[in-house]
Design a protein around this ligand. Structure first.
Ligand code: NAG
Ligand code: NAG
Ligand code: NAG
Length: 288
């Protein structure tokens, strides 16, 4: 019995394996996700004689496919609209298969499994935009932060990160005096952030990032925004000097200009007269 069964198994194994071996297996299967725009990427780009199919499933759930990623000739798959349970932990298999339309007897294809990915916990958050406002009396500095938009829609309405994270979402402000490098931080649960304890009339520089403390440490912070600085105490000239003083200054300037013109004219006429006199005083023979 033994000598007969072994070769059969070996032949079967070898035939499957050589066929499998001709399709390169996907490498470096990676989730790239920002604001719930989630793309699975891998390599190498397929040649004309094979393709990739992606199968994904939430932990303990059924395998699903995106129609765009069946026998596809691209080394990426956009799964943003398919990972519908944001809290679930997904894995995906990238299968190397024959090209679209090609027939095959094989039912098993080589595949590579992705790392786990949970949209809610793992998607990166892009940098927010914010508006900086210093009150007229310079006592209050307020930042108005705009929540970044996500790739998700609900009833035709594009959701922002606050729609998804609600009170789990905070913003971290990093600020410093413009002329110093010492940084301070301020965390806020709201999008309108009034900063306390700033020195009045001093220029500060601010940047903002999303902060989700419920996430694992390495995923808590979003991308840092651009830096914006408040102005120095450059009160407008009208605030510093009264209208009377400004009027007097303008009058003085005009007066000065007038004097300069008058002096120039007088000098010029005087010089002309002097020249004329000089000429008349000269003897005739010298003029020829
Ligand atoms: C696919 O084409 C490459 C060369 O471009 C070849 O080496 C490989 O064996 C082919 N694989 C299959 C399954 O035909
Ligand atoms: C996978 O990543 C390694 C290291 O970054 C790289 O050398 C290799 O070329 C990648 N493979 C593919 C198929 O992209
Ligand atoms: C802040 O400092 C930078 C140089 O460090 C300067 O270019 C900028 O004008 C300053 N902004 C204000 C509002 O003072």
């Amino acid at each position: 019995m033994e000598p007969v069964r072994l070769p059969v198994f070996v032949v079967f194994f070898l035939s499957t394996h050589s066929a499998l071996g001709s399709y390169p297996v996907a490498q470096n299967v990676t989730w790239k996700s920002t604001n719930f725009k989630t793309i699975l990427t891998w390599g190498p780009e397929p040649s004309a004689n094979y393709s990739y199919t992606v199968e994904f499933s939430p932990l303990g759930g059924n395998k699903q496919r995106s129609p765009h990623c069946i026998r596809s000739s691209r080394a990426m798959c956009d799964l943003s609209n398919y990972l519908t349970d944001l809290q679930a932990s997904y894995t995906a298999d990238v299968l190397s298969e024959p090209p679209l339309g090609a027939r095959t007897e094989l039912t098993e294809f080589p595949h590579t499994t992705s790392p786990r990915f949970c949209p809610y916990k793992d998607t990166d958050i892009s940098s927010p935009e914010f508006k900086l406002e210093v009150s007229e009396d310079k006592k209050k500095t307020t930042l108005y932060v705009t929540d970044p938009l996500t790739a998700l829609f609900k009833n035709g309405h594009q959701l922002n990160i606050r729609d998804i994270f609600s009170d789990q979402l905070q913003y971290k402000v990093i600020y410093r005096k413009n002329k110093s490098t010492g940084k301070k931080e301020y965390k806020s649960k709201t999008n309108v952030i009034e900063l306390p304890d700033l020195d009045q009339g001093v220029s500060y520089c601010f940047s903002v990032q999303a902060y989700i403390p419920s996430r694992s440490i390495d995923k808590q912070l979003g991308e840092l925004s651009q830096t914006q600085c408040s102005n120095d105490d450059n009160q407008s000239i009208f605030e510093v000097y009264s209208v009377g003083v400004i009027a007097a200054a303008i009058f003085l300037i005009l007066l000065l200009i007038g004097i300069i013109i008058a002096v120039t004219v007088v000098c010029y006429t005087y010089r002309k007269k002097a020249l004329k006199k000089e000429k008349e005083a000269m003897p005739l023979r010298d003029r020829v």
